[in-house]
Design a protein around this ligand. Structure first.
Ligand SMILES: [Zn+2]
Length: 481
């Protein structure tokens, strides 16, 4: 199923609006369920393990007569705080210097394998490392070119499988400490994903560090397909790309320079840019499917339909940066994320992401397929977007997606503010009600003025997008397994 998604590239740029109205109508019942479940979870939040959830569910169903529609949610939380990773301490030293490797170049670099983490270029990753050889390796990296590789791995049926595509991580701040009593060192690191690479071969160093010979993957920029077909005489009718909003006026003058007539030309360069398609075998909509500006616009519009906090103006303006931003922030499983990472063209990456965005309707538990959230509840509490990587005190990195509401989850234990990834919020562990898988955390505000007062952080490794094939009309929602 996961592989089936990638060939679904036929996103018609002309008919996007009509399809989603059906989705909205169909979600009414689900919204009702969301509200019921949230009320249930509020009731249970002070209990260690809700025992009599069924009885309370019945009560909640009776009391939940008026479902609330998705409304704007005020946010007073400082969205720059999550990416500061202040729980790691404020004593990290900035590391300067940057190494950019040439496309297609073969380089050798140390590789860290992280379970369930597929680092995307532009994504911030915090690390807290305890393994002595790894700490020594990272210290060496800080002193040299600041760059190491991050590659995802999985443990399926006991087999250790490493992805063949990874991303270089560039350290931008670090702090190492050595315990005087034990002599053991630890290091806290903040790094950013930079360049994609393909692993050519790997070997173990004498200290057990994985060393990879990798090929830096190029970013291929597609040419303007209609450039050759567009007659130069037509170009004067097109506004220059940087003057979209300008009304251009063309005038006809006689030999004395007297203006005979003046015509305001179209301000919409999209129309003009594709008229040259009339001279080719294919109609304009074919070219629009591969136009970076239009694919970007459509992607932003679709995401904005999920939730109004996903504002187009807060997303990157560059197609390459947006393609990585979307890849980072979609609730994809590792396989899909690696597949998107392996695509060399931003337009193709965006088109794949767009087909997933259009089909994704709900988020499901990876273990049992239970619905845990609706796509409309995904919201952005960080300047990096709704999904970010955070490290726990044990050094385990979780990619966590923020949602307003969640359902079919049980809370475990008492809220705690210790090592909270979102300053001002206490976390409580949440697990799937049906299969008891760890799903993430519920975050509750410790201050009255802090909004939202509560939200959920779902760990990406535990959720899969529930997809709906738009072409099959009333087909059932199904999780990607
Ligand atoms: Zn489950």
């Amino acid at each position: 199923m996961a592989e089936d998604l990638l060939p679904l590239l036929g996103v018609n740029m002309d008919n996007g609006d009509g399809d989603d109205e059906d989705d909205d109508d169909g979600d009414d019942d689900e919204n009702l369920m969301d509200d019921i479940e949230i009320e249930l979870n509020i009731n249970n939040e002070d209990e260690d393990i809700p025992e009599n959830s069924q009885a309370k569910k019945q009560e909640s169903k009776k009391s939940a007569k008026k479902p609330e529609r998705q409304q704007s949610i005020p946010i007073t939380f400082d969205s720059s705080l999550p990416m500061s990773h202040s729980y790691l301490g404020n004593d990290l030293e900035e590391v300067r210097g940057r190494t950019i490797h040439d496309d297609e170049s073969l380089i050798t670099l140390p590789i860290i394998q992280l379970p369930g983490i597929v680092l995307i270029p532009g994504q911030t990753i915090p690390l807290h490392l305890f393994h002595q050889h790894t700490v020594a390796m990272i210290k060496g990296v800080v002193d040299t070119d600041k760059t190491f590789g991050v590659v995802a791995y999985s443990h399926d049926d006991g087999a250790h499988t490493m992805a063949t595509i990874g991303t270089t991580a560039e350290i931008f701040s670090a702090r190492d400490e050595t315990d005087d009593d034990t002599g053991l060192s630890t290091i806290r690191v903040k790094a950013k994903g930079r360049q994609r690479f393909q692993i050519v071969e790997t070997e173990r160093s004498p200290t057990g560090i994985l060393i990879g010979k990798v090929r830096i993957l190029p970013e291929k920029i597609l040419p303007d397909c209609l450039e050759g077909a567009r007659p130069l005489s037509h170009c004067k009718f097109c506004c220059p790309p940087d003057q979209d909003s300008m009304v251009r006026t063309c005038t006809a003058v006689d030999r004395q320079g007297k203006v005979l007539t003046s015509v305001a030309m179209s301000r919409n360069r999209q129309i003009n840019r594709f008229t040259a398609a009339c001279y080719t075998w294919w109609p304009p909509w074919v070219y629009k499917m591969y136009d970076a500006d239009l694919v970007m616009q459509r992607t932003k519009e679709e995401l904005h339909k999920w939730n109004e906090t996903l504002r187009p103006e807060n997303m990157p303006q560059d197609p390459i940066e947006l393609s990585y931003w979307v890849t980072q922030n979609l609730p994809l499983d590792d396989g899909l994320r690696v597949n998107l990472l392996s695509i060399d063209s931003a337009v193709q990456r965006l088109r794949c992401a767009l087909s997933i965005i259009e089909k994704c309707s709900i988020l499901c538990c990876k273990g049992c397929g239970s619905q845990v959230a609706n796509k409309k509840d995904v919201f952005s509490l960080s300047i990096e977007g709704p999904l970010g990587a955070y490290v726990n005190p044990g050094g385990y990195v979780h990619e966590t997606m923020t949602v307003h509401k969640a359902q079919n989850l049980n809370l475990i234990g008492r809220p705690s503010t210790e090592h909270s990834w979102f300053p001002g919020y206490a976390w409580t562990i949440a697990q799937c009600r049906r299969c008891n898988s760890h799903m993430g955390w519920k975050f509750t505000s410790t201050m009255k003025e802090l909004k939202p007062q509560k939200f959920w952080g779902l760990t990406r490794s535990s959720v899969v997008p529930g997809l709906h094939d738009l072409d099959e009309g009333d087909a059932e929602w199904m999780p990607v397994m």
